[in-house]
Ligand binder design. Structure first.
Ligand SMILES: NC(=O)c1ccc[n+]([C@@H]2O[C@H](COP(=O)([O-])OP(=O)(O)OC[C@H]3O[C@@H](n4cnc5c(N)ncnc54)[C@H](OP(=O)(O)O)[C@@H]3O)[C@@H](O)[C@H]2O)c1
Length: 259
């Protein structure tokens, strides 16, 4: 039996990872801030699939939270074979409308936590193999504020580290989904009603496609042909037109004020 640690495991893409990995008979360590929700989820996955699911409540926007997960990943008594760095969130509003403290919190969760947890996981994995999936986004390929920049960092960091570790038995992959139906947009108070239906993906399918790409040895996975085409085109388009397109799609809801 192998063990997977999933951050942001209680909702959306992280919960889909937890379901799929439990079905595949991995024991789980589930990380998020809401301890009650984590415990309910762990009990349900244990009852349904007969796996061991433990919970590790942690806020990855704090040093204490990141430190607690680092400690678990480095524990020689309890190995972790697969790390999924998935926890993340969106912010509504254009540059300067979003409070700087929120942007810094995003960098902590999307970049610092991913760097520190990947480092903590990979060190012991070098002895006996393992894998890390860092959840990025199609937004990584479009200029759109700190969210896109942080997800772009995830892609570049992960692909670079994957190259450095090639042949070591440790695989790394950045997963870049398009729009996925989760709690993400609602939590950020984004009104997504005008997004065409064809642009929405289902979390379970994103996870299935991502795990398939990990098995194929990809460093970067863009699940779904529609988004493969969009990201392919983005590499050819001028940066200014990409910025205005992503600004229209992503920030049409206007700035979030008064927080
Ligand atoms: N939905 C999309 O369209 C989409 C597209 C591309 C990429 N993504 C990326 O996919 C990842 C998962 O997003 P999702 O759509 O599944 O969002 P979601 O449904 O809102 O779930 C987010 C998860 O992250 C946890 N989380 C948030 N902040 C945290 C923190 N500071 N510390 C620890 N856990 C935290 C949440 O639990 P608690 O609140 O209990 O902590 C929850 O389990 C994110 O990295 C996101 O950027 C999403």
């Amino acid at each position: 039996m192998t063990t997977a640690l999933v951050t942001g495991a209680t909702a959306g893409i992280g919960a889909a990872f937890a379901r799929r990995l439990a079905r595949d008979r991995h024991d789980l360590v589930l990380v998020a801030r809401d301890a009650d929700r984590l415990r309910r989820q762990a009990a349900e996955l244990h009852d349904r699939h007969g796996i061991e699911a433990s919970v590790l409540p942690a806020d990855l926007s704090t040093d204490e939270g990141i430190g607690a997960v680092e400690k678990r990943l480095s524990d020689p008594e309890h190995r972790v074979d697969l790390l999924v760095n998935n926890a993340g969130f969106g912010l509504k509003g254009a540059f300067l409308d979003v409070p700087l403290a929120d942007e810094l919190r995003m960098l902590k969760v999307h970049c610092e936590a991913v760097l520190r947890l990947t480092s903590a996981a990979v060190e012991p994995m070098k002895e006996r193999g393992g894998a890390v999936i860092n959840v990025s986004s199609v937004a990584a390929f479009f200029p759109r504020g700190t969210y896109s920049a942080s997800k772009s960092w995830v892609v570049q960091f992960t692909a670079g580290a994957a190259r450095d570790l090639a042949g070591s038995g440790v695989r790394l992959m950045a997963l870049c989904p398009g729009f996925v139906r989760t709690e993400f947009h609602q939590r950020a108070s984004m009104d997504m009603e005008s997004l065409p239906g064809w642009m929405w993906l289902e979390a379970d399918r994103v996870v299935d496609a991502g795990l398939k790409d990990l098995d194929r040895g990809k460093f970067v996975s863009v699940p779904d042909p529609r988004y493969k085409m969009i990201t392919g085109t983005s590499r050819l388009a001028p940066r200014n037109s990409l910025a205005s397109l992503s600004s229209r799609v992503g920030r049409r809801n206007g700035p979030k004020r008064g927080r």
